[in-house]
Design a protein around this ligand. Sequence first.
Ligand code: GDP
Ligand code: MG
Length: 450
Amino acid sequence: MFETLTDRFGEIFTRLRGRGRLSEADLTEALREIRVALLEGDVNLEVVRELVETIRTRAAGAELERSLTPAQQVIKIVNEELTAILGGEELRITYAARPPTVVLLAGLQGSGKTSAAAKLARWFVEQGRHPLLVAADLQRPAAVEQLRVLGRQVGAAVFSEPTDPVDVARRGVAEAVRVGRDVVIIDTAGRVSVDAVLMDEVAAVARATSPRYTFLVVDAMTGQDAVATAVAFHEALTLDGVILTKLDGDARGGAALSVAKVVGRPVAFVSTGERPADFEIFRPGRMAGRILGMGDVLSLIERAEHSLDQDVAGRAMDRIRRGRFTLEDFQDQLQQMKRLGPLSGIVGMLPGLPKEMRNAEIDEGNVTRIEAVIRSMTPAERNDPAIINGSRRTRIAAGSGTTPAQVNDLLNRFKEMQKMMRSSGMMAPTRPGGRRDKRKGGRVTPARSR
Ligand SMILES: Nc1nc2c(ncn2[C@@H]2O[C@H](COP(=O)(O)OP(=O)(O)O)[C@@H](O)[C@H]2O)c(=O)[nH]1
Ligand SMILES: [Mg+2]
C-alpha cells in the first residue's frame, strides 16, 4: 500500500534536493508535482487542495533555518502537514472511570469489523485489560460463530444472544459488569453500502450502550467510496476515530488516508494482515515518514537542528561556496558529525541507502585517526596541504601516531573530496585555501595543542 505515493515523493524530493536554492518557480513546480502525486495516490481532492495550500503558505513564509537547505525545509513541511492530516498525534486510549469501557465498531460489510474486533480484544489484553467481545451482528448466522472462533484465538470471551442487536449490545455491557470485564467491544452488522436501516440500527446500539469510543472500520482498498461512507457514518454516529484495514493490500490507499481529515477524527488503529497480531495503534508521524520514503531522516534533521553548531555549519557552507574548504573546515565537519551520535546510527537513518551500505561497518576509529592527523598539522598545512612535503609528512605521522602512508591517504582523499565538490558545483573553482602565498606557505608554525 502507498507505493504509488512513496515512489512519486521519492522522485520529487530527489529533484528538490538537487537544487541549492529554491526559486519561486522551483517551489511552484514542486507543489504542482506534489499535487499530482497525491491525486494519483487517490487522496481526496479537497484534502489535496488544502494540503498543497498549507504547504505553499508555510514554505513561502518559512523562516530560514540555517541547518536545513531550502529543499530540506520543504520536505520537512510536507512531512509535518501529511502527519497533521493523518491526525497528528497518535490516539491515546483512555478508560471509563466506571468500567466497562465500551468500544463500538461500525462499518460496511467486509470492511474487517469482526476481524478488527478480535484484534482489538487482543490489543486490550496486551494492555492488561479484560475485554468481552459482543457479537451484535445478527444479520448472518455465521457472523456470531466467526467472532467466537476469533475470540478463542485471542483469548477473549464472546457474548451473544439470538435476540436483536440493541438488546444484545445492552445485555453484553451488563454481562461485562456482572463478570468483571473492563472493556466491551461490540461488533455490529454491515451492509454492502450505506443505507438508512443500517444507520438506524447502529445508531440505536450506540444510544443503548454509550460507547467511549465509536470507531469506523474502513477497508483501505475501497478508494474514494471510503470517504463518502465515512461522512455518512459520522453524521449518524459521531465517530471518535477510524480503523483502517487491509493496509497490506496493493491499492493506492490515498482515499483511506483522506478519511481522517474529511471527518476530522484520527486514524486510531491499522490492520495490516489477517493474523490477530497484524494490528497496531496508528502513528501518523511514522506513516507520513514511510509514505514520503524518508526512513528516519526527519529525526536526523531534528537531531541536527538541536546538536549542530549553526555558526560552524554556516561558516563551512560559506567557505565551500567560495571554494575555500580546507582541512580545518573538514575537521570542524567531523566534529559536528560526531555530535550527532555514533556514525552507524546515522547511516541507519538515511533513506534510500543500498542495503550493503547500511550493513557496512562504519569505522569510528578511522574518523578518530583522521582527526589526529589533521590536529598534528600546522594551520598553514591545514590551509594548504600542497605544502606538505616528505619531512612534514613524517612529522605529522609521528605526531598523530600514524604512518606517512596514512597521512598521504588522507590527503589524497581530501583532494578527491574537493574535486567532487567542485565538479558538483557545490564549491567555487578557486584554489584550495584561497590564500596560498609563498611567504606564509613556507613558514612552519607549531601545531595547535591536542
Ligand atoms: N489481508 C487482510 N485481510 C483482512 C484484514 N482485515 C480483515 N481482513 C479480511 O477481510 C475479510 C472480511 O473481514 P471481516 O472481519 O469478516 O469483515 P466484516 O464483514 O466487516 O466483519 C475477511 O476475510 C478477513 O480475513 C487485513 O488487515 N488484511
Ligand atoms: Mg462481521
